[in-house]
Design a protein around this ligand. Structure first.
Ligand SMILES: *Cc1c(COP(=O)(O)O)cnc(C)c1O
Length: 393
């Protein structure tokens, strides 16, 4: 470049590729473009998710580090990092379905996923059958020749319903149906591919990134041909991950196994104390013996049932609202999987337009409170919960 005008040289700074040593962590490749010496090499880069980098919507080294980590930890054949959890859900559903296809889904789903399935049904001619998630026989009955996907969540919100993944994946075996599992609530604690899932989805916004500073999603594939198919759609849809968000997620990932283990242990501790409290009518936590799917949780989640629990206050809607406002150390807010503990009363916030009957149909009581346990000491959390319970009673 020497000999050119400074105006020209400023546009072509030296790009350093490390030689003789290597970076210890994952660097951010924020640039979106890569250049080639041979046209054939650029042409080859268009072929699939594991080729050379050329344009960051199709792949980026920082994003690929995250995807490799996800692939390894979920025991898959490949992964895609997406711009959000809903970006992952959309990429999978839009990438694998067409008009006339049939989907079987469990009723207790993340709100955004439920709305998207309704949308696909109303506007794109995809048929959806909802099943309770309690009995694999319902899935066998719902199967049609056009069934393409079975959509499940390992642990559902806010009821902490646990789906028996091996029994459900077994119910569609040999029927040409791909099983998709949203595993956001229990990363690493459950590895759905080991239980027969074909595709695992995460909102990495929650536990994987873990610090409340990233929106991100992940799709992990058991089979590389499905990875290729969905990657092709992902590049058209454009909900792929940004390198900086991917870098923050890799950083958060480092402590995820320890955070989730601690959050699970604290949630079990708090759930036990709540169950013994006179103002609490019922506690929903899969790690407690009274939980309807406790036996399933013992098989699927032997190392901990996650950091989310819910409980019902005897005082109903008013008590739930008062409790959620009376906490001090704990914050009133949506979401989960952050380092700080969050509380939410669905009947006065996310589900406030629902009356007691429609709430009950969704498995939510008027006095149901959700707690997403963070990394504070459980004794400090209990002190805050205990004083808020007194105000709410
Ligand atoms: C939050 C969440 C999503 C959506 O993820 P975003 O990152 O907010 O787009 C999907 N599924 C579950 C279970 C979630 O909790």
């Amino acid at each position: 470049m020497t000999g050119h005008d400074p105006q020209t040289r400023a546009v072509h700074p030296p790009v350093i590729t490390p030689a003789g040593s290597r970076p210890l962590g994952v660097p951010i490749y924020q640039g979106h473009l890569f250049s080639f010496d041979a046209a054939d090499d650029l042409a080859a880069a268009f072929r699939g998710p594991d080729e050379a980098f050329f344009y960051a919507r199709m792949g980026n080294p920082t994003v690929r580090s995250l995807e490799r980590l996800l692939t390894e930890l979920e025991g898959g054949a490949g992964a895609l990092a997406t711009a959000s959890g809903m970006g992952a859900v959309n990429t999978v559903l839009m990438g694998l379905l067409q008009s006339g296809d049939h989907v079987i889904a469990q009723t207790a789903l993340y709100g955004g996923t439920y709305a998207l399935l309704q949308d696909l049904a109303a506007r794109w001619g995809v048929d959806v059958t909802f099943v309770s998630g309690d009995d694999p026989a319902e899935v066998r009955e719902a199967l049609r020749p056009t069934t393409r996907l079975l959509y499940l969540e390992t642990v559902a919100n806010p009821t902490t319903h646990v789906t028996d993944l091996p029994a459900f994946t077994e119910a569609v075996r040999g029927a040409g149906v791909l099983t998709v599992v949203d595993n956001t609530f229990v990363p690493l604690l459950c590895k759905p591919i080991e239980h027969g899932a074909d595709i695992v989805i995460h909102s990495m916004t929650k536990y994987i990134a873990g610090h409340g500073d990233v929106i991100g999603g992940a799709i992990v594939f058991a089979d590389s041909s499905v990875h290729q198919r969905v990657w092709e759609h992902a590049t058209e849809l454009g909900a792929t991950a940004d390198p900086f968000a991917a870098w923050l997620t890799v950083r958060g990932f480092a402590t995820m196994p320890m955070r989730v283990a601690r959050q699970s242990a604290s949630a079990l501790d708090i759930a036990g104390r709540l169950a013994a409290h006179p103002s609490v009518a019922r506690v929903h936590y899969p790690g407690l013996p009274g939980h309807p799917q406790h036996e399933v949780a013992e098989r699927l989640l032997p190392d901990g049932a996650g950091g989310v629990l819910a409980f019902e206050l005897t005082g109903g809607r008013e008590a739930g609202r008062t409790f959620s406002e009376a906490v001090d150390l704990i914050s009133l807010g949506p979401s989960l999987g952050a380092i700080a503990t969050l509380v939410m009363h669905p009947a006065s916030t996310s589900h406030r337009q629902m009356d007691a009957a429609s709430l009950a149909a969704a498995g939510i009581g008027e006095g149901t409170v959700r707690l997403a346990v963070g990394l504070e000491h459980p004794d400090d959390l209990w002190q805050d919960i205990d004083q808020a319970l007194r105000k709410a009673t």
